[in-house]
Design a protein around this ligand. Structure first.
Ligand SMILES: Cc1cc2nc3c(=O)[nH]c(=O)nc-3n(C[C@H](O)[C@H](O)[C@H](O)COP(=O)(O)OP(=O)(O)OC[C@H]3O[C@@H](n4cnc5c(N)ncnc54)[C@H](O)[C@@H]3O)c2cc1C
Length: 428
């Protein structure tokens, strides 16, 4: 009977160290530094590099990667327990070598990259000497790959890319972009696109502008124009027409890792909520003594624990099956519920902090906006709910004995028939 909610002592000791390290050394970085992806910022590097070295010494660097790539090859359950702590701080993932979108980009480079692509792009990315960008979404749509228009046309031993990409996070800091473009328009939509590595300074790659999202300090989501951008043929990542398959490799892990970090964000809001209600007096008593406040705390705890259990169970299923296709339903369920959990907990924390709560001195307004971010990026909630429902029905086997199951009189007749013999000698 293997069904266990315990963490072994050795790993718990590592987690305890991480928890203290994040609270004492990393959370303060969020208050003094700019964007974690800005590897050109000397202030950032002076503070972050020594912390990254400590993480490597503890053998906790890039734990999602296998030892051949300098990681620990942790399974998803171990990663969940780690990432839920790192999610407390914006800088946490960067200090531990598992920040998006670099972690997913490193995974697909490791999986599909040629030896030369790995040498040039993967190793410096793994060392966080450079950062990267994943450009898939286009102005006319992100949730539906059938509307993508960016084209790559073969010209001798080059591909020439033309089109526009939108909301390409961290493009301004990135040394290279991984770009999805249509190479075979006649093929079915899921086989018509290929993935390309586009180095930052390639002629024709134009930054139209950086778009910011509501509460972010810096605008970091690029609107890009590709005006006949030429890349050598060996810059294709994966096979021709395989962009969708490549993207799924990175999105499977990416989605669940996002969820793990979201637990950390929500828990931080809940911690602050607790601190507030045991320290604020109003109308003669502590906030904590008011029943409507108690309800807010209780609802938040229940929602967070439910979500965490769903994430951990999904992580466990990934470890068990080692195949993301077998957990599509579970990952979609996690993706669909995640924005609501973060939104509701962050909103309650904001309210309980009053005017301070809505100010930019507290993280809550950002966390509320962040809940919309996690509801959009990597596929909108509606798309994941539809996937979940379709997968549920695909796995559902109708019961023949109770058919039609919704027809109560018929079911009652069948039940009477089923128990007739057993009951016929009973006198009441
Ligand atoms: C902060 C942030 C960072 C991002 N970073 C990146 C990045 O680095 N790289 C990248 O490529 N993209 C990135 N994105 C883009 C993201 O992946 C897209 O926003 C997302 O795929 C949705 O696409 P869209 O914005 O075009 O919305 P649309 O596709 O236009 O959808 C709009 C809305 O329509 C509804 N909807 C859509 N489809 C369905 C459906 N099938 N059924 C019912 N309702 C539906 C949903 O409410 C959805 O929110 C980022 C987005 C955000 C917010």
């Amino acid at each position: 009977m293997a069904w266990d909610f315990e963490t072994d002592d050795a790993y718990q000791a590592q987690l305890d160290w991480v928890d203290q390290f994040v609270r004492e050394e990393i959370e303060p970085l969020d208050l003094v530094l700019g964007h974690p992806a800005d590897v050109t910022d000397p202030r950032r590097n002076a503070l972050v590099r020594p912390l990254q070295a400590l993480v490597r010494q503890r053998r906790l660097w890039a734990c999602h990667l296998g030892p051949e790539l300098g990681g620990q090859g942790y399974g998803q359950v171990k990663l969940a327990l780690l990432n839920e702590i790192l999610g407390r701080s914006q800088y946490g993932p960067t200090v531990f070598g598992c920040q998006a979108p670099d972690s997913g980009n490193a995974e697909i480079l490791a999986h599909y990259g040629t030896p030369e692509q790995k040498r040039r792009f993967l190793q410096p990315l793994l060392d966080n000497e450079i950062v990267s960008c994943f450009a898939m979404t286009e102005p006319q749509g992100g949730a539906d790959p059938k509307v993508f228009k960016t084209r790559a046309v073969r010209d001798g031993d080059h591909w020439v890319i033309s089109g526009q990409k939108w909301f390409a996070s961290h493009a301004r800091y990135a040394e290279f972009l991984i770009v999805m473009a249509v190479t075979d328009p006649e093929a079915s939509p899921y086989k018509s696109m290929s993935m390309f590595i586009v180095p930052r300074n390639t002629p024709g790659l134009e930054f139209v502008r950086d778009v910011g999202f509501a509460t972010e300090k810096a605008a970091t989501h690029a609107y890009l124009n590709f005006d006949q951008v030429r890349v050598p043929a060996d810059h294709m990542l994966g096979g021709r027409g395989e962009a969708f398959v490549v993207a799924q490799v990175r999105l499977g892990g990416g989605r669940i890792h996002h969820a793990m970090r979201t637990i950390g964000e929500a828990r931080r809001a809940l911690d602050m909520m607790c601190e507030r209600v045991i320290s604020r007096h109003t109308q003669g008593e502590l906030l904590a003594e008011k029943q409507m406040v108690q309800e807010k705390l209780a609802d938040s705890w229940i929602e967070l624990e439910q979500f965490r259990l769903l994430v951990l169970r999904t992580a466990w299923l990934i470890d068990k099956h080692k195949d993301y296709r077998k957990v599509r339903k579970d990952i979609s369920a996690v993706k669909a519920i995640m924005p609501r959990v973060l939104h509701d907990i962050a909103s309650r924390a904001l309210l309980l902090h009053g005017s301070l709560g809505i100010s930019d001195e507290m993280p809550f307004a950002h966390l509320v906006m962040q809940s919309f971010h996690v509801g959009l990026a990597d596929g909108p909630v509606e798309v994941h709910k539809a996937t979940l429902a379709k997968q549920m029905l695909r796995d559902y086997t109708p019961s023949e004995t109770l058919f039609p199951a919704y027809h109560l009189p018929l079911r009652r007749e069948q039940a009477i028939e089923k128990y007739r013999q057993a009951l016929e000698h009973i006198v009441v």
